[in-house]
Ligand binder design. Structure first.
Ligand SMILES: Nc1nc2c(ncn2[C@@H]2O[C@H](COP(=O)(O)OP(=O)(O)OP(=O)(O)O)[C@@H](O)[C@H]2O)c(=O)[nH]1
Ligand SMILES: [Mg+2]
Length: 419
């Protein structure tokens, strides 16, 4: 090896007798007979790295060639996909499409904003998904009850702190836990309804269920979803028990849910143990009579407040009237948890605009995925990174300070903003 390098490095010019071209000496035919052909030439590090190993057997050669053929096929396939993607983007740009990315940390309100767009520009499609959302509402209720009961398991009530009127509460709590166990037992089956094709929905433990795009369609095909009339008309089956077994259980145990939720010791537990419930929990549990009634179908408010975590990127398409013409908007709703943020980048280079959502009510909260990082700090860092990203230099940016109603409620309840 060393002698070859030395001979090539020796320099000098020779003439190719066939072409008459001047060649470096090591490329002259006489040199080529002594040295490897161009594919193995060590002047080209890539060729050198790719040359067959010394002493390769016939069997190894066949395997290597078969693998190279497979790699080439895969590489061609990727090239073809990239070409098709570039072509789609070119056509979209030519057609004047608007590509809008909704970015921000988890729970910042991206999917909620997407639903508001859908309600404004394509209400029919939201209406068609209406029965699917009852599964999300049920799951939110089950998750909140589980979190409350788990908290009492972890931090049991201290009988010394209970006054006379609450002295029977620990027994009652144990009894409620037993009575609510059939409802809690439905969590896994509710989660499985969100699986799309071969993609299973993931139960994220205390953070809730992560869903793939297209989950609404998957749920619609579940046997408990019912057809319904439009938003404005009242449900026609108001006196018949729900087909959905979870709906039936909620109907049967709504008084227990109510008793648990309204008990002062539960409110105290949430406050003192800083129990983090989803933002829509108060809304759903305060309204359990309505949700737990036969014929329940989610209202628009229910849909807006229902919480389900986005996994990956979900594309939504709308026709938006802009002046005299209708423009096609493609809205991308992304999963906001830290582990999901790398998947945003391929959507940056042809984005028209970004709406960055920052929930300003979260000043006293920490990330689910990193309990040491304050949510406002995370939003600020993320926004700074997005603003300075080289692919987003020419993209319009909208900063959306969200959840102002929750901020107001927190400040009015006496919670102070401090570092
Ligand atoms: N009170 C209140 N709740 C809001 C507001 N915006 C969103 N929410 C609620 O906040 C929760 C989380 O909202 P999502 O839209 O699911 O959050 P996301 O950013 O899509 O979260 P990921 O999908 O996990 O990235 C839902 O329960 C919403 O109803 C708001 O302005 N006020
Ligand atoms: Mg989302």
């Amino acid at each position: 090896m060393l002698s070859q390098t030395t001979s090539r490095g020796s320099g000098g010019i020779a003439t190719d007798s066939k072409s008459g071209f001047l060649l470096p000496k090591y490329m002259a035919p006489s040199a080529q007979s002594r040295h490897p052909s161009s594919i193995d030439a060590i002047d080209d590090p890539l060729s050198f790295a790719l040359r067959p190993p010394d002493g390769e057997t016939e069997e190894e050669r066949k395997q290597r060639l078969a693998k190279e053929a497979l790699d080439k096929e895969q590489s061609n396939q990727i090239d073809e996909e990239l070409r098709a993607e570039r072509e789609t983007l070119r056509r979209r740009k030519a057609a004047g499409e608007v590509k809008l990315l909704l970015l921000g940390q988890a729970e910042s309100g991206k999917s909620t904003l997407q639903k508001q767009f859908q309600l404004m520009h394509c209400p029919v499609s939201l209406d068609q998904e209406r029965s699917s959302w009852s599964t999300v509402v049920y799951l939110n209720i089950v998750k909140a009850i589980r979190a409350i009961l788990d908290s009492f398991d972890k931090f049991p009530l201290d009988p010394a702190t209970l006054d006379e009127s609450s002295s029977t509460w620990p027994n009652r709590l144990a009894n409620l836990k037993l009575r609510l166990s059939p409802l809690l037992g439905m969590e896994a089956s509710l989660t499985s309804r969100f699986s799309v094709g071969g993609n299973k929905a993931i139960s994220g433990g205390k953070e809730g269920v992560l869903v793939h795009r297209g989950w609404q369609t998957a749920i619609k095909s579940n046997p408990f979803s019912k057809n319904h009339s439009s938003w404005k008309s009242a449900p026609t089956d108001a006196n018949t028990p729900p087909d959905d077994p979870v709906g039936r259980i909620i109907c049967a145990c709504k008084d227990d849910v109510k008793e648990l939720w309204e008990h002062p010791s539960v409110k105290e537990q949430i406050r003192t143990r800083r129990l983090r419930l989803d933002d829509g929990t108060d809304f759903f549990l305060n309204d359990i009579d309505r949700i737990g009634s036969p014929g329940y179908l989610p209202s628009i408010d229910d849909i807006m407040r229902a919480r389900i975590r986005t996994m990956g990127i979900a594309e939504h398409e709308f026709e938006v009237s802009m002046g005299s013409k209708a423009v096609r908007w493609l809205l991308y709703d992304v999963g906001g948890a830290r582990s999901q943020r790398n998947s945003w980048i391929p959507y940056f280079d042809d984005a028209t605009a970004i709406i960055f959502l920052a929930p300003i009510s979260a000043f006293d909260q920490y990330l689910d995925e990193d309990s040491r990082t304050n949510r406002i700090d995370d939003s600020l860092q993320l926004f700074t990174k997005i603003c300075s990203h080289r692919l987003l230099k020419h993209v319009h940016m909208v900063l959306f300070l969200n959840k102002t109603d929750l901020l107001k409620a927190k400040l009015e309840s006496g919670i102070l903003v401090k570092r």
